[in-house]
Write a protein that binds this ligand. Structure first.
Ligand code: APR
Length: 318
Protein backbone atom coordinates (compact mmCIF):
# COMPACT_ATOMS: atom_id res chain seq x y z
CA UNK A 1 0.00 0.00 0.00
CA UNK A 2 1.91 3.02 -1.24
CA UNK A 3 -0.53 5.75 -2.20
CA UNK A 4 -2.24 6.31 1.15
CA UNK A 5 -5.26 7.72 -0.64
CA UNK A 6 -8.65 7.63 1.05
CA UNK A 7 -11.98 8.20 -0.68
CA UNK A 8 -14.99 9.25 1.36
CA UNK A 9 -18.40 8.79 -0.25
CA UNK A 10 -20.92 11.00 1.52
CA UNK A 11 -19.46 14.29 2.73
CA UNK A 12 -22.10 14.84 5.40
CA UNK A 13 -21.39 15.32 9.08
CA UNK A 14 -19.67 11.97 9.66
CA UNK A 15 -17.77 11.79 6.36
CA UNK A 16 -16.38 15.31 6.69
CA UNK A 17 -15.41 14.82 10.33
CA UNK A 18 -13.54 11.64 9.40
CA UNK A 19 -11.69 13.63 6.72
CA UNK A 20 -10.88 16.38 9.21
CA UNK A 21 -9.65 13.89 11.80
CA UNK A 22 -7.47 12.10 9.24
CA UNK A 23 -5.95 15.31 7.99
CA UNK A 24 -5.23 16.54 11.53
CA UNK A 25 -3.42 13.28 12.25
CA UNK A 26 -1.55 13.37 8.91
CA UNK A 27 -2.54 9.76 8.28
CA UNK A 28 -2.76 9.85 4.49
CA UNK A 29 -1.37 11.77 1.54
CA UNK A 30 -4.69 12.40 -0.10
CA UNK A 31 -8.38 12.46 0.76
CA UNK A 32 -11.06 12.78 -1.88
CA UNK A 33 -14.63 13.57 -0.88
CA UNK A 34 -17.72 12.85 -2.94
CA UNK A 35 -21.32 13.73 -2.26
CA UNK A 36 -24.41 13.39 -4.39
CA UNK A 37 -25.55 16.89 -3.39
CA UNK A 38 -23.71 19.42 -5.50
CA UNK A 39 -21.33 21.72 -3.69
CA UNK A 40 -21.24 19.78 -0.40
CA UNK A 41 -17.99 17.92 -1.08
CA UNK A 42 -16.42 21.02 -2.64
CA UNK A 43 -17.28 23.30 0.29
CA UNK A 44 -16.09 20.80 2.91
CA UNK A 45 -12.89 20.02 0.97
CA UNK A 46 -12.02 23.73 0.81
CA UNK A 47 -12.76 24.24 4.52
CA UNK A 48 -10.74 21.20 5.61
CA UNK A 49 -8.02 22.11 3.11
CA UNK A 50 -7.65 25.48 4.81
CA UNK A 51 -7.27 23.83 8.22
CA UNK A 52 -4.28 21.84 6.93
CA UNK A 53 -2.10 24.92 7.44
CA UNK A 54 -2.03 24.02 11.15
CA UNK A 55 -1.80 20.25 10.83
CA UNK A 56 1.44 18.34 11.41
CA UNK A 57 1.67 16.90 7.89
CA UNK A 58 0.12 18.32 4.74
CA UNK A 59 -2.74 16.28 3.32
CA UNK A 60 -4.26 17.00 -0.07
CA UNK A 61 -8.03 17.25 0.33
CA UNK A 62 -10.08 17.45 -2.85
CA UNK A 63 -13.69 17.12 -3.94
CA UNK A 64 -14.67 14.70 -6.66
CA UNK A 65 -16.88 16.18 -9.34
CA UNK A 66 -18.01 12.72 -10.38
CA UNK A 67 -17.70 9.24 -8.85
CA UNK A 68 -14.96 8.57 -11.42
CA UNK A 69 -12.74 11.08 -9.62
CA UNK A 70 -12.69 8.83 -6.54
CA UNK A 71 -10.10 6.63 -8.19
CA UNK A 72 -7.21 4.41 -7.14
CA UNK A 73 -8.04 4.74 -3.45
CA UNK A 74 -6.44 2.42 -0.90
CA UNK A 75 -9.48 2.77 1.32
CA UNK A 76 -12.99 3.96 0.51
CA UNK A 77 -15.21 4.96 3.43
CA UNK A 78 -18.95 4.90 2.71
CA UNK A 79 -21.06 7.25 4.81
CA UNK A 80 -23.67 7.90 2.12
CA UNK A 81 -27.21 7.36 3.19
CA UNK A 82 -30.46 9.01 4.14
CA UNK A 83 -31.91 9.17 7.64
CA UNK A 84 -35.40 7.85 8.43
CA UNK A 85 -37.97 10.56 7.81
CA UNK A 86 -41.69 11.16 8.26
CA UNK A 87 -43.78 8.13 7.45
CA UNK A 88 -40.91 6.07 5.99
CA UNK A 89 -41.11 2.49 7.23
CA UNK A 90 -38.04 0.55 8.32
CA UNK A 91 -38.48 -1.44 5.12
CA UNK A 92 -38.53 1.74 2.99
CA UNK A 93 -35.36 3.00 4.65
CA UNK A 94 -33.61 -0.34 4.19
CA UNK A 95 -34.43 -0.42 0.49
CA UNK A 96 -33.41 3.22 -0.06
CA UNK A 97 -30.05 2.85 1.65
CA UNK A 98 -29.36 -0.54 0.06
CA UNK A 99 -30.03 1.03 -3.35
CA UNK A 100 -27.56 3.82 -2.50
CA UNK A 101 -24.99 1.10 -1.64
CA UNK A 102 -25.62 -0.46 -5.06
CA UNK A 103 -24.78 2.80 -6.87
CA UNK A 104 -21.81 3.59 -4.68
CA UNK A 105 -20.33 0.09 -4.79
CA UNK A 106 -20.67 -0.07 -8.55
CA UNK A 107 -18.44 3.00 -8.82
CA UNK A 108 -15.92 1.74 -6.26
CA UNK A 109 -15.54 -1.52 -8.18
CA UNK A 110 -14.87 0.46 -11.35
CA UNK A 111 -12.57 3.17 -10.04
CA UNK A 112 -10.89 1.78 -6.90
CA UNK A 113 -10.90 -1.96 -7.58
CA UNK A 114 -8.18 -2.73 -5.04
CA UNK A 115 -9.56 -0.74 -2.12
CA UNK A 116 -10.55 -1.84 1.33
CA UNK A 117 -14.08 -0.59 2.03
CA UNK A 118 -15.16 0.72 5.42
CA UNK A 119 -18.94 0.88 5.62
CA UNK A 120 -20.49 3.42 8.00
CA UNK A 121 -24.00 3.74 6.55
CA UNK A 122 -26.89 2.45 8.62
CA UNK A 123 -28.30 -0.02 9.37
CA UNK A 124 -24.63 -0.78 9.63
CA UNK A 125 -24.40 -4.55 9.72
CA UNK A 126 -26.98 -4.96 6.97
CA UNK A 127 -25.32 -2.41 4.68
CA UNK A 128 -21.97 -4.11 5.27
CA UNK A 129 -23.57 -7.42 4.25
CA UNK A 130 -25.03 -5.77 1.14
CA UNK A 131 -21.55 -4.55 0.12
CA UNK A 132 -20.11 -8.05 0.56
CA UNK A 133 -22.80 -9.52 -1.65
CA UNK A 134 -22.66 -6.81 -4.31
CA UNK A 135 -18.88 -6.86 -4.70
CA UNK A 136 -18.21 -10.54 -4.15
CA UNK A 137 -14.77 -9.39 -2.94
CA UNK A 138 -12.61 -11.32 -0.47
CA UNK A 139 -14.37 -10.85 2.84
CA UNK A 140 -11.35 -9.27 4.56
CA UNK A 141 -11.69 -6.20 2.32
CA UNK A 142 -15.11 -5.09 3.58
CA UNK A 143 -15.48 -3.90 7.16
CA UNK A 144 -18.31 -2.25 9.04
CA UNK A 145 -17.48 0.56 11.47
CA UNK A 146 -19.49 -0.03 14.63
CA UNK A 147 -17.49 -1.48 17.52
CA UNK A 148 -14.85 1.25 17.15
CA UNK A 149 -17.55 3.81 17.97
CA UNK A 150 -19.64 1.82 20.43
CA UNK A 151 -16.44 0.78 22.24
CA UNK A 152 -15.32 4.41 22.53
CA UNK A 153 -18.74 5.21 23.94
CA UNK A 154 -18.42 2.44 26.49
CA UNK A 155 -14.90 3.56 27.49
CA UNK A 156 -16.31 7.07 27.93
CA UNK A 157 -19.01 5.75 30.25
CA UNK A 158 -16.46 3.79 32.29
CA UNK A 159 -14.32 6.91 32.60
CA UNK A 160 -17.37 8.94 33.66
CA UNK A 161 -17.94 6.47 36.50
CA UNK A 162 -14.33 6.03 37.58
CA UNK A 163 -12.92 9.50 36.98
CA UNK A 164 -9.56 8.03 35.95
CA UNK A 165 -8.03 5.85 33.28
CA UNK A 166 -9.03 7.90 30.22
CA UNK A 167 -7.38 6.39 27.16
CA UNK A 168 -6.36 3.31 29.15
CA UNK A 169 -9.67 1.50 28.98
CA UNK A 170 -10.46 -1.46 26.74
CA UNK A 171 -13.50 -1.25 24.51
CA UNK A 172 -15.13 -4.56 23.66
CA UNK A 173 -18.61 -4.25 22.18
CA UNK A 174 -19.92 -7.13 20.08
CA UNK A 175 -23.08 -7.87 18.14
CA UNK A 176 -25.08 -5.50 15.96
CA UNK A 177 -24.77 -1.72 15.86
CA UNK A 178 -28.27 -1.25 17.18
CA UNK A 179 -30.60 -2.08 20.01
CA UNK A 180 -29.12 -5.55 20.50
CA UNK A 181 -25.48 -4.49 20.73
CA UNK A 182 -23.50 -6.24 23.45
CA UNK A 183 -21.20 -3.98 25.48
CA UNK A 184 -18.91 -6.15 27.59
CA UNK A 185 -17.39 -3.86 30.27
CA UNK A 186 -16.79 -6.86 32.51
CA UNK A 187 -14.35 -8.19 29.88
CA UNK A 188 -12.21 -5.06 29.61
CA UNK A 189 -9.42 -3.58 31.67
CA UNK A 190 -8.23 -0.15 32.77
CA UNK A 191 -4.54 -0.56 32.04
CA UNK A 192 -4.05 -4.03 33.54
CA UNK A 193 -6.83 -3.88 36.12
CA UNK A 194 -10.08 -5.62 35.30
CA UNK A 195 -13.10 -3.27 35.30
CA UNK A 196 -14.90 -6.01 37.25
CA UNK A 197 -12.55 -5.19 40.16
CA UNK A 198 -13.38 -1.50 40.00
CA UNK A 199 -17.12 -1.31 39.51
CA UNK A 200 -20.12 -3.04 41.08
CA UNK A 201 -22.45 -5.11 38.94
CA UNK A 202 -25.10 -2.36 39.23
CA UNK A 203 -22.61 0.20 37.93
CA UNK A 204 -21.70 -2.20 35.14
CA UNK A 205 -25.37 -2.56 34.17
CA UNK A 206 -25.67 1.20 34.06
CA UNK A 207 -22.64 1.42 31.77
CA UNK A 208 -24.14 -1.18 29.46
CA UNK A 209 -27.42 0.74 29.23
CA UNK A 210 -25.70 4.09 28.73
CA UNK A 211 -23.46 2.64 26.02
CA UNK A 212 -26.44 1.20 24.16
CA UNK A 213 -28.14 4.56 24.49
CA UNK A 214 -24.99 6.47 23.52
CA UNK A 215 -26.18 7.57 20.09
CA UNK A 216 -29.75 8.35 21.16
CA UNK A 217 -28.57 10.54 24.04
CA UNK A 218 -26.76 12.82 21.57
CA UNK A 219 -29.82 12.97 19.30
CA UNK A 220 -31.86 14.04 22.33
CA UNK A 221 -29.63 17.09 22.86
CA UNK A 222 -28.70 17.96 19.30
CA UNK A 223 -31.67 16.76 17.27
CA UNK A 224 -29.15 15.02 15.04
CA UNK A 225 -26.76 12.14 15.54
CA UNK A 226 -23.18 12.54 16.67
CA UNK A 227 -20.30 12.92 14.27
CA UNK A 228 -17.12 13.68 16.22
CA UNK A 229 -16.82 10.22 17.78
CA UNK A 230 -17.94 8.41 14.59
CA UNK A 231 -15.49 10.48 12.52
CA UNK A 232 -12.63 9.74 14.89
CA UNK A 233 -13.54 6.04 15.05
CA UNK A 234 -13.39 5.86 11.23
CA UNK A 235 -10.00 7.58 11.28
CA UNK A 236 -8.75 5.07 13.88
CA UNK A 237 -9.65 2.19 11.55
CA UNK A 238 -8.12 3.92 8.51
CA UNK A 239 -4.90 4.47 10.47
CA UNK A 240 -4.74 0.81 11.47
CA UNK A 241 -5.15 -0.28 7.84
CA UNK A 242 -2.79 2.25 6.22
CA UNK A 243 -0.13 1.75 8.89
CA UNK A 244 -0.62 -2.04 8.81
CA UNK A 245 -0.59 -1.83 12.58
CA UNK A 246 -2.47 -5.09 13.31
CA UNK A 247 -4.70 -3.28 15.79
CA UNK A 248 -7.57 -5.09 17.49
CA UNK A 249 -10.85 -3.24 16.83
CA UNK A 250 -14.34 -4.63 17.15
CA UNK A 251 -15.86 -4.38 13.65
CA UNK A 252 -18.69 -5.81 11.61
CA UNK A 253 -17.07 -8.67 9.72
CA UNK A 254 -18.35 -11.52 7.58
CA UNK A 255 -18.42 -14.68 9.68
CA UNK A 256 -17.52 -17.94 8.01
CA UNK A 257 -18.01 -20.39 10.82
CA UNK A 258 -16.63 -18.20 13.60
CA UNK A 259 -18.82 -18.15 16.70
CA UNK A 260 -20.89 -20.87 14.99
CA UNK A 261 -22.33 -18.58 12.29
CA UNK A 262 -21.83 -18.17 8.56
CA UNK A 263 -22.95 -15.70 5.91
CA UNK A 264 -23.65 -12.94 8.40
CA UNK A 265 -21.92 -9.64 9.14
CA UNK A 266 -21.83 -8.78 12.83
CA UNK A 267 -19.59 -7.04 15.33
CA UNK A 268 -16.69 -9.17 16.58
CA UNK A 269 -13.14 -8.33 17.62
CA UNK A 270 -10.86 -8.36 14.58
CA UNK A 271 -7.24 -7.57 13.76
CA UNK A 272 -6.96 -4.66 11.30
CA UNK A 273 -3.96 -4.40 9.00
CA UNK A 274 -3.17 -3.54 5.39
CA UNK A 275 -5.40 -6.36 4.11
CA UNK A 276 -8.36 -5.08 6.13
CA UNK A 277 -9.71 -7.75 8.48
CA UNK A 278 -6.62 -9.91 8.89
CA UNK A 279 -8.05 -12.15 11.59
CA UNK A 280 -11.32 -12.61 13.43
CA UNK A 281 -10.64 -13.21 17.10
CA UNK A 282 -12.87 -15.88 18.54
CA UNK A 283 -13.19 -15.29 22.24
CA UNK A 284 -14.97 -17.54 24.70
CA UNK A 285 -18.54 -16.37 25.31
CA UNK A 286 -20.49 -17.43 28.36
CA UNK A 287 -24.05 -18.74 27.88
CA UNK A 288 -25.66 -15.39 28.57
CA UNK A 289 -23.52 -13.56 26.01
CA UNK A 290 -23.92 -16.41 23.54
CA UNK A 291 -27.68 -15.98 23.76
CA UNK A 292 -27.41 -12.19 23.34
CA UNK A 293 -25.18 -12.75 20.31
CA UNK A 294 -27.79 -15.10 18.82
CA UNK A 295 -30.51 -12.45 19.26
CA UNK A 296 -28.23 -9.87 17.68
CA UNK A 297 -27.45 -12.09 14.67
CA UNK A 298 -31.17 -12.86 14.27
CA UNK A 299 -32.05 -9.15 14.23
CA UNK A 300 -29.53 -8.53 11.43
CA UNK A 301 -30.81 -11.58 9.51
CA UNK A 302 -34.36 -10.27 9.82
CA UNK A 303 -33.36 -7.13 7.90
CA UNK A 304 -31.34 -9.07 5.33
CA UNK A 305 -34.44 -11.21 4.78
CA UNK A 306 -36.49 -8.07 4.10
CA UNK A 307 -34.04 -7.19 1.32
CA UNK A 308 -34.23 -10.76 0.01
CA UNK A 309 -38.03 -10.69 0.06
CA UNK A 310 -37.87 -7.48 -1.97
CA UNK A 311 -35.60 -9.30 -4.45
CA UNK A 312 -32.77 -6.85 -3.78
CA UNK A 313 -30.07 -9.45 -4.40
CA UNK A 314 -31.66 -10.87 -7.57
CA UNK A 315 -29.55 -10.09 -10.62
CA UNK A 316 -31.04 -7.40 -12.85
CA UNK A 317 -33.57 -6.28 -10.23
CA UNK A 318 -33.74 -2.86 -8.52
N1 APR B 1 -23.64 9.19 -3.14
C1 APR B 1 -22.93 10.08 -2.42
N2 APR B 1 -23.41 10.71 -1.33
C2 APR B 1 -24.66 10.45 -0.98
C3 APR B 1 -25.49 9.54 -1.70
C4 APR B 1 -24.93 8.90 -2.83
N3 APR B 1 -25.62 8.03 -3.57
N4 APR B 1 -26.69 9.50 -1.09
C5 APR B 1 -26.63 10.33 -0.03
N5 APR B 1 -25.42 10.91 0.03
C6 APR B 1 -24.89 11.88 0.99
C7 APR B 1 -25.89 12.95 1.44
O1 APR B 1 -26.01 13.98 0.48
C8 APR B 1 -25.25 13.45 2.73
O2 APR B 1 -24.40 14.57 2.54
O3 APR B 1 -24.56 11.23 2.21
C9 APR B 1 -24.41 12.24 3.21
C10 APR B 1 -24.88 11.70 4.55
O4 APR B 1 -24.56 12.66 5.48
P1 APR B 1 -25.54 13.11 6.68
O5 APR B 1 -26.94 13.12 6.20
O6 APR B 1 -24.93 14.34 7.27
O7 APR B 1 -25.43 11.89 7.69
P2 APR B 1 -24.26 11.59 8.72
O8 APR B 1 -24.66 12.08 10.05
O9 APR B 1 -22.96 12.02 8.14
O10 APR B 1 -24.33 10.01 8.76
C11 APR B 1 -23.89 9.24 7.64
O11 APR B 1 -23.51 7.28 8.90
O12 APR B 1 -23.97 6.85 11.11
C12 APR B 1 -24.38 6.67 9.79
O13 APR B 1 -26.79 6.53 9.97
C13 APR B 1 -25.74 7.32 9.55
O14 APR B 1 -26.09 6.32 7.41
C14 APR B 1 -25.70 7.51 8.08
C15 APR B 1 -24.22 7.79 7.82
Amino acid sequence: MTGRKVGIIGAGAVGATAAYSLSMMGTCHEIVLFDIVEGVAKGKAIDIGQSIHYSPIGTIVTAAETPADVKDCDIVVITAGVPRKGNMTREDLLMINAKIMKDVVNDIQKYSPNAVIICVSNPLDVMTYVIHKLTGWESNRIIGMAGALDGARMAYQIYQKLGYGAGQTGSLVMGDHGRNMIPLPQQVQVDSVSVAELLTSEEMEEIIERTKNGGAEIVKYLGTSGYYAPGRAIAHMVEAILNDSKTVVSSSAMLQGEYGYSDITVGVPVVLGSKGVEKILEIELNHEVEEKFRISVDSIRENINILKANKFFDKGKQ
